[in-house]
Design a binder for this molecule. Structure first.
Ligand SMILES: Nc1nc2c(c(=O)[nH]1)N[C@H]1C(S)=C(S)[C@@H](COP(=O)(O)O)O[C@H]1N2
Ligand SMILES: [Mo]
Length: 224
């Protein structure tokens, strides 16, 4: 498996979990086409509820102190930004309580996130009309892609706190994205950079057989 990346930093490792998840995509694991699909039910099809909060990543959990942390917002925006921790904290702060749906079939209800609503960040940087997607890049080298319409969901948040406490390093602290209406692999941990682009561009898991959008209600687990 070769991985090409546009910038420096550690290559995502070829770990056992990474290989297992890639195989699931190849085998279309957890897709049961016979299952009824009802958006009225809170639990999406093929998911089961958990009470703990599993940790899933590439196995690298970068240590990013808030003193050196930065978030760059670039690409097709009127006002590109490079925020340090104080600049980020000065943006309007929001609180959302939302559910998590991971493609590995666990869901977790009622997570209270605090941080900067994606919509407030977008108001600050002003994406241009030609921007149709975003590419997210994290401190561990992870990338993922989102249509701008999903990124701008009213409850999408750049979260710094969970249940009132600073987000722990294993869950993406000091800051991660949370896009609750899509599978959780879209919710980049340790977010470093948001780039607004004019066309879709696949990220780490999307290049490895996962769906380019990832709607749990439509069971968009894998690419065809
Ligand atoms: N930077 C980064 N973000 C990431 C990942 C990762 O490996 N690196 N894994 C994704 C996947 S597959 C999932 S399911 C969730 C897991 O988040 P959690 O460990 O807080 O449960 O993070 C997503 N965001
Ligand atoms: Mo995941």
């Amino acid at each position: 498996m070769t991985t090409t990346r546009e910038e420096g930093g550690p290559l995502p490792p070829d770990t056992k979990l990474t290989r297992t998840k890639q195989r699931w995509a190849e085998e279309r694991r957890f897709v049961d086409p016979a299952k009824p699909r009802s958006a009225a039910d809170r639990l999406p099809p093929g998911q089961h509820l958990v009470r703990d909060w599993p940790v899933l990543d590439l196995g690298l959990q970068p240590d990013v102190p808030t003193t050196t942390w930065r978030l760059d917002v670039d690409g097709l925006v009127e006002a590109p930004a490079s925020l340090d921790w104080d600049g980020f904290a000065a943006l309007p702060q929001s609180d959302f309580v939302t559910d998590i749906h991971c493609v590995t079939t666990w869901s977790r209800y009622d997570n209270r996130w605090s941080g900067v609503a994606v919509r407030d960040l977008m108001d600050a940087v002003m994406p241009r009309a030609e921007a149709s997607h975003v590419v997210l890049t994290s401190f561990d080298g992870y990338t993922t892609n989102l249509p701008i319409t999903d990124f701008a969901a009213p409850d999408a948040i750049l979260a710094t706190r969970w249940e009132g406490r600073p987000l722990t390093r294993e869950h993406g602290g000091p800051m991660r994205l949370v896009v609750p209406h899509l599978y959780f692999w879209k919710s980049a941990k340790w977010l470093r950079r948001i780039t607004f682009v004019p066309a879709d561009k696949l990220g780490f898991w999307e290049e490895r057989g996962y769906h380019r959008r990832g709607d749990p209600w439509a069971e968009e687990r894998y690419s065809d």
